[in-house]
Design a binder for this molecule. Structure first.
Ligand SMILES: Cc1cc2nc3c(=O)[nH]c(=O)nc-3n(C[C@H](O)[C@H](O)[C@H](O)COP(=O)(O)OP(=O)(O)OC[C@H]3O[C@@H](n4cnc5c(N)ncnc54)[C@H](O)[C@@H]3O)c2cc1C
Length: 615
């Protein structure tokens, strides 16, 4: 006997046509996941001790761009080495990104518990997920496409990084982009702002929360965050919908954009599941000559005729440099590594966008039901729309603002996440994403039984606090130690408190009043006695729930010399010949927003610099 979602038996008479139709539909949907499959990248056949013009380490947001752009020149042989393999199907489907967390596609880094911050996070250790697959973190991220503010890049330039003028940076953003969003394309000013011929499709999510989001937009407008059609063009005291690296309901990782379009080039060789354990540096000439690679329990050496380019990301890039003898000499000796270049800034200056929460509860969004969830899954198969077509970390509604009155540069961003009443799996999903501990989660789940959740994830754009990355051991399989040092600078705490209070004002707007909204208290023993919405309360909440937006940068930052940086402004490693770093780690100061677009831009600009220097 058939059963319905309520588990009540279906007792109606039927001539068989209805069950047959649904059985056929079920069969269709069971098989339909095959419609979603994507191409796998071909693996190269290479021999131990082979030589290449360029060797690129890491096929992430930046490395995929570099491998593509260098191999556009048929005269260059390029070897791209990636520790992970092809991205799985779940990476393509925007709403399944969190299902990749904690799997073989994630490096699963954790910060060191400092005993002070993030104490209401599981084990006091923040989860720094990172993509271990083609596309790197662009295959696991929330897909928000945010360029930042021109002032960010003016600062880079003013620091002496002459190759990074605002004009050059914006040219490289456009070089990457292929704007797909119909609304933006129909506005000549916005359309002109973006690129149209690049490999990377940028578009809007196909969001299902649009009715609620429109109301939140009105509420933001009411508290002074003006609604604008494009947040990349205007991002101070503004709100709107973010662009995404998803198009047609499918994630646009850099693997899809830059590698799948170049895979047929005979001069681009790709190695999967291959861990680079060392860059080979000639002790006398200080030249990078190649790399050591572990694959299937075998060791290989590959040599570079021109350059080695490290694009392993902000955690693995400094780790690899240190394993290769480039780093703070004393630290290397402590770990049993002979220093080749004493480079004190390797792994230092670490900054991340710390996240703090504002939880507002109300009569909306309405209850999530299992049939609706399943309907959404089917909807995705047929139309690439529905809940699976947007990030499951958050909606695309965001606001940028400054806590300094009259400022024309943002210091704060907030991203809206919504959970309908009684969201199934809320505790598991949230613990997987932000790792709030059981006590905190139980208090959230309890309120969610009767109220919908508007979670405003606040992001401190330009922190003063700095952490660092150190080697745990000299074994390349041991994850390095991450000292995030969130909110260790009092100025950061003050900004966060001000910003959270500005953000929480939304509870008094017309829409939120109409749904009987209120600020929810989370069960954090250290904060439970404090008055809700007071400075002390927000100080306590942000410190105890300090988490990440997964934007670590600066660990190999660019700058003028070895005393203040790791690479020069052409991204060449100070003190070593023919070795560059091209990834998020070279960012010299934080950008005003999410870091994927800036990293892809770095891949574009870095490739230009490499090609110029090898003419
Ligand atoms: C969960 C999550 C959500 C995010 N959400 C957003 C967002 O919505 N919008 C946004 O703009 N940014 C977001 N980010 C940040 C953004 O994705 C990163 O800043 C960006 O991808 C960093 O690019 P990268 O090239 O420096 O490093 P990655 O993209 O991480 O690439 C590094 C690559 O190197 C490989 N590798 C590492 N070590 C080795 C080795 N020794 N040998 C061989 N290969 C190696 C890795 O496997 C990986 O493929 C998010 C990140 C995460 C993790």
């Amino acid at each position: 006997m058939a059963t319905c979602f309520s588990n009540a038996p279906c007792l109606f008479p039927t001539n068989g046509a209805t069950p047959a139709a649904y059985a056929a539909a079920l069969q269709y949907f069971a098989a339909a996941q095959c419609i979603l499959t994507h191409d796998l990248l071909p693996e190269a056949s290479v021999k131990n001790r082979d030589s290449f013009d360029f060797i690129v380490v890491g096929a992430g947001s930046a490395g995929s761009v570099v491998a593509n752009r260098l191999s556009e020149n048929k005269n260059y042989n390029v070897l791209l080495i990636e520790a992970g393999g092809d991205a799985p199907l779940e990476s393509d489907i925007p709403g399944f990104e969190v299902s990749l967390f904690g799997t073989e596609y994630d490096w699963c880094y954790r910060t060191v518990n400092d005993g002070k911050t993030s104490q209401a996070i599981i084990n006091g250790t923040v989860g720094w997920n990172k993509g271990k697959m083609f596309g790197g973190s662009s295959s696991i991220n929330a897909m928000y496409y945010v360029r930042g503010n021109d002032q960010d890049y003016q600062t880079w330039y003013d620091q002496g990084n002459e190759e990074w003028s605002v004009d050059d940076v914006n040219r490289c953003f456009r070089k990457a982009e292929n704007l797909q969003d119909g609304e933006r394309l129909s506005d000549p000013e916005i359309s002109e702002f973006y690129g149209h011929d690049g490999p990377l499709n940028v578009n809007k999510f196909n969001s299902t929360f649009s009715t609620y989001l429109a109301k939140v937009m009105e509420a933001w407008e009411e508290i002074g965050f003006r609604n604008v059609p494009d947040l990349n063009m205007e991002n101070v005291n503004t709100s709107g919908y973010l662009l995404s690296t998803a198009s047609g309901g499918v994630r646009q990782s850099t693997s899809r954009a830059y590698l799948m379009t170049a895979e047929k080039r005979s001069n681009l060789k790709i190695l999967k599941h291959s861990l680079v354990t060392k860059v080979l540096i000639n002790k006398k000439t200080k030249r990078a000559e190649g790399v050591v690679v572990e694959k299937n329990n075998h060791k290989y050496r590959f040599y570079s005729k021109r350059e080695v380019i490290v694009s392993a990301g902000s955690i693995a890039a400094p780790q690899l440099l240190m394993l290769s003898g480039i780093g703070p000499a004393e630290h290397l000796r402590e770990k049993g590594i002979t220093p080749i270049v004493d480079s004190p800034n390797v792994g230092q200056n670490l900054q991340d966008h710390v996240v703090a929460p504002v939880f507002i509860y109300g009569d909306e969004p309405n209850e999530a039901t299992l049939p609706n969830t399943y309907l959404d899954y089917m909807n995705y198969l047929v139309t690439r729309g529905g809940a699976l077509a947007h990030s499951d970390i958050g909606t695309d509604a965001s606001a940028f603002y400054s806590t300094v009155e009259g400022a024309n540069y943002p210091d704060s961003q907030t991203i809206l996440v919504m959970y309908p009443k009684n969201t199934p799996g809320l505790k598991e999903g949230f613990s997987r994403t932000f790792r709030y501990n059981g006590t905190v989660m139980d208090s959230i789940v309890e309120l969610n039984k009767n109220y919908g959740i508007f979670f405003f994830g606040f992001n401190l754009l330009h922190p003063h606090s700095k952490g660092h990355i150190a080697l745990k051991t000299k074994n390349p399989h041991d994850a390095p130690l991450i000292y995030a040092n969130y909110l260790s600078d009092e100025r950061d705490v003050e900004t966060v408190v001000k910003a959270l209070k500005m953000s929480s004002k939304i509870v008094n707007t017309e829409y939120f009043k109409s749904i009987n909204a209120f600020l929810g208290r989370m069960d954090i023993p250290a904060c439970n006695e404090l008055e809700l919405d007071s400075d002390e309360y927000w100080r306590c909440v942000s410190t105890n729930l300090a988490s990440t937006l997964w934007h670590p940068v600066r660990t190999c930052q660019m700058g003028s010399d070895i005393s203040n940086s790791v690479v020069d402004s052409r991204l060449r490693v100070h003190g070593v010949k023919d070795l560059r770093v091209v990834d998020a780690s070279v960012i010299p100061s934080t950008t005003s927003g999410n870091t994927n677009a800036p990293t892809i831009m770095i891949g574009e600009r870095g490739s230009e610099l490499i090609l110029e220097d090898n003419e």
